[in-house]
Design a protein around this ligand. Structure first.
Ligand SMILES: [Zn+2]
Length: 401
């Protein structure tokens, strides 16, 4: 059972209470989460609406709403239409009732932001990694959090972190990462240093949570979010919950081997999908064709300007990504597939190439019913997803178990 931040709902480990009392508190926490979640997904709502949506009695709802208003987590926003008697007072989650810190520990830079409960980014900071890894990269995480906290000490709910690699979200441990971290207890280290709750997730898993929590209404039951940046990875939502796999590596399909590909991959293998279709691979390949292209901006500009050879090379990589996306669709039959990350800058022609080859590589009936689109958020998708994970763990607003 997770507790509502700031609301006296969680029993302290040292308190001696009767089991019946503990059960009552757990029920109360659960009911608070029901109310918060209903408001998060369907605001604004009256108390009567809440009773109908949650199945709680009006008396219980009135009591819970009072507690949540006192805690600053929800607020009144005027009156709705009357259905006979008095006009009802409408409620919503107070957007600034809590702030939280979201981090995106990317491979080129670390980004962090102060985010509110609406998923609005209030302030953000970007620090270049400059090749740092291991302990030096961890120091940079501290620097980032220190800078964000200096600006906002009030009502911080905690810290959500998205990082590349295999991450045990249960214990906040980075099991392996290209940042040269192995079995790093990142969550506990940050919790101890800053004295607030911390949630840690793989960056592509975080991207899927961002889309699910902030940008998809109604929430799809199943969703695949594929992030193509310096690496390639997917976040998979099944039955409304993030599917992490038995070893937290679900969606690591950037390291499946592609026929005919031989380039060495940073994972130690050769011919991974990532060595063909990631932004890093595309920039490198473009540089051999056109030496003036040295970064993503130059690559995208050359693609859009139809520079000889570049367009074909990028679309050829899109074709291979499409085939791999088709495999995912064939295995999971998920009908909503979103692509996020800097590749979105290539635009519709790139997306069409991915779509065409994804659909061509699965059973036609599955292909017909599957939508492949760009996601809603691009630059901040990991920051928002890490924030969503923390909100779920502290407030029960999303669905991750
Ligand atoms: Zn690899």
């Amino acid at each position: 059972m997770v507790a509502v931040g700031g609301v006296p709902a969680r029993m302290s480990a040292s308190s001696t209470v009767l089991p019946e009392k503990a059960t009552h508190q757990q029920t109360r926490t659960f009911n608070q989460q029901l109310v918060l979640r209903a408001l998060h997904d369907h605001s604004p709502l009256s108390r009567a609406d809440l009773a109908r949506l949650t199945g709680l009695t009006r008396t219980s709802v009135g009591d819970l709403v009072g507690t949540l208003i006192d805690a600053g987590l929800i607020e009144e926003v005027g009156r709705g239409r009357s259905s006979g008697g008095k006009t009802p007072i409408l409620l919503r989650v107070a957007p600034d009732g809590r702030h939280l810190i979201g981090l995106d520990l990317g491979e080129a830079q670390f980004s962090g932001a102060v985010v509110n409960l609406n998923g609005d980014i209030l302030r953000s900071i970007h620090l270049p990694l400059d090749g740092r890894d291991g302990d030096a990269a961890l120091e940079l995480v501290f620097e980032l959090v220190d800078a964000l906290r200096a600006d906002d000490r009030s009502h911080l709910l905690g810290i959500g972190v998205g990082a590349p690699g295999i991450i045990d979200t249960r214990t906040g441990t980075v099991r392996w990462s290209v940042l040269n971290w192995a079995e790093l207890r990142l969550g506990p280290e940050l919790e101890e240093r800053y004295g607030m709750p911390v949630a840690v997730a793989n960056d592509s898993h975080a991207a899927a949570l961002a889309e699910l929590t902030f940008f998809r209404r109604p929430r799809p039951n199943n969703l695949i979010v594929i992030r193509v940046g310096r690496g390639v990875g997917a976040g998979i939502i099944l039955n409304g919950q993030l599917f992490q796999g038995d070893g937290y590596g679900a969606g690591e399909f950037g390291h499946i081997s592609m026929t005919g590909a031989e380039a060495p991959c940073r994972c130690g293998k050769e011919g991974c999908l990532e060595t063909i279709t990631s932004m890093r691979a595309l920039v490198d390949a473009a540089g051999t064709l056109e030496p003036s292209i040295t970064d993503e901006g130059g690559l995208v500009a050359a693609f859009l300007a139809d520079v000889t050879g570049i367009r074909r090379m990028v679309l050829d990589a899109a074709r291979q990504l499409g085939v791999a996306v088709g495999w995912l669709i064939g295995v999971l039959n998920v009908q909503h597939v979103l692509l996020v990350g800097p590749v979105a800058k290539f635009g519709g022609d790139w997306l069409d190439e991915v779509r065409r080859h994804a659909r061509a590589s699965v059973l036609p009936l599955l292909a017909r019913d599957t939508q492949i689109e760009f996601g809603h958020v691009q630059d901040d998708v990991v920051v928002l997803g890490a924030s969503a994970l923390l909100m779920e763990q502290q407030l029960g607003l999303a669905l991750v178990r």
